[in-house]
Design a protein around this ligand. Structure first.
Ligand SMILES: [Mg+2]
Length: 243
C-alpha cells in the first residue's frame, strides 16, 4: 500500500516537533512493505534530507513542484514537475516582488527552492499580507498558505498534480483508490478535493471552517493529533478496518 502524507502538523506536531510516532510509522510500514511518500510544501533541500536520513525512497516537495527519488545506485535524483519557463518566470517575479516589498520576510530556505518561494507570514500584519497577495494576483502568480508559510509559484502546481505525476511515473498500474493521503491544512486541499482516500488528522479542526474541500475522513480527539492519527489510521488500514 502507498501512504502519501503532508509533513508539518501531520507527521510532526503543530509546534514542529518530531515525535516517536513518526519513527513508529516508519517501522510499521517497513514491516508490511508499504511506502510512505512525504508530500510537503517544504523545499527541495528538505526532500534531500528526508531521502538521506530516513528509510524513504521518494518524496514530493514544494507543494507538488518537484519530486525526488533514489535511483538504482541509491543516489538522490530530482525532477521538476513544471516547465523551465515557469521556473524562470518565478525567479524574475521574485526579484520584482522583493524590490516592491523590501522588508517582506522571505523564508530563509527560499534560496534553496526550485519551483516556489516562501514567506514567513506570521511576521506580517493582515494589511501587509493582503498587499503582497494582491501584487501576486496582478502578476498571475499563484499562492497558498500552509501552517508555516505562504508559498508562491508560477504555473500549475498542486499536491494532487504532483501525486498524479508521481504515480504515472513510478506506479502506473496502481489505482489511486489503493492509496491514502493524510493532511492537516489548507495547502492539502487539492488532495482532499481530488484524491479519493483522504484522512484529516484531528488538529485539522482548527482550520476546518476555512476549507472549501475537506478530507473524506476527519479524525477526532487528542489521541489522533498529527502523527498519532496517522499511526492509528495506518494500523487500521493495514488490518482492513477502514475503507
Ligand atoms: Mg501541514
Amino acid at each position: 500500500m502507498i501512504f502519501f502524507s503532508d509533513f508539518d502538523g501531520t507527521l510532526t506536531l503543530e509546534k514542529r516537533e518530531l515525535t516517536r510516532e513518526f519513527f513508529d510509522i516508519l517501522d510499521l510500514l517497513k514491516q508490511n512493505g508499504d511506502e510512505l511518500i512525504i508530500v510537503s510544501g517544504r523545499s527541495v533541500s528538505w526532500g534531500h534530507f528526508f531521502l538521506t536520513h530516513f528509510p524513504l525512497k521518494y518524496c514530493i516537495m514544494e507543494g507538488g513542484g518537484v519530486m525526488l527519488y533514489l535511483d538504482e545506485r541509491g543516489e538522490v535524483c530530482q525532477e521538476p514537475l513544471i516547465d523551465q519557463k515557469e521556473i524562470d518566470r518565478l525567479a524574475k517575479f521574485t526579484t520584482n516582488f522583493e524590490h516592491h516589498f523590501p522588508r517582506v520576510p522571505m523564508s530563509v530556505d527560499s534560496f534553496g527552492r526550485l519551483t516556489d518561494r516562501a514567506i514567513e507570514f506570521h511576521l506580517m500584519d493582515a494589511e501587509w499580507i493582503r498587499e503582497a497577495l494582491d501584487f501576486m494576483d496582478k502578476h498571475k502568480i499563484n499562492y497558498s498558505k500552509s501552517n508555516v508559510h505562504i508559498n508562491f509559484w508560477a504555473g500549475e502546481i498542486s499536491k494532487y498534480l504532483g501525486v498524479k505525476k508521481f504515480l504515472d511515473k513510478f506506479f502506473p498500474d496502481l489505482k489511486e483508490t489503493d492509496c491514502w493521503f493524510f493532511g492537516d491544512a489548507p495547502n492539502d486541499q487539492s488532495m482532499f478535493e481530488s484524491f479519493h482516500n483522504s484522512i484529516g488528522v484531528s488538529n485539522i479542526k482548527h482550520c476546518l471552517h476555512r476549507l472549501e474541500h475537506k478530507p473524506r475522513i476527519i479524525l477526532e480527539g487528542d489521541e489522533n493529533i498529527g502523527p498519532k492519527g496517522v499511526l492509528n489510521s495506518i494500523r487500521k488500514l493495514q488490518k482492513g478496518t477502514i475503507s
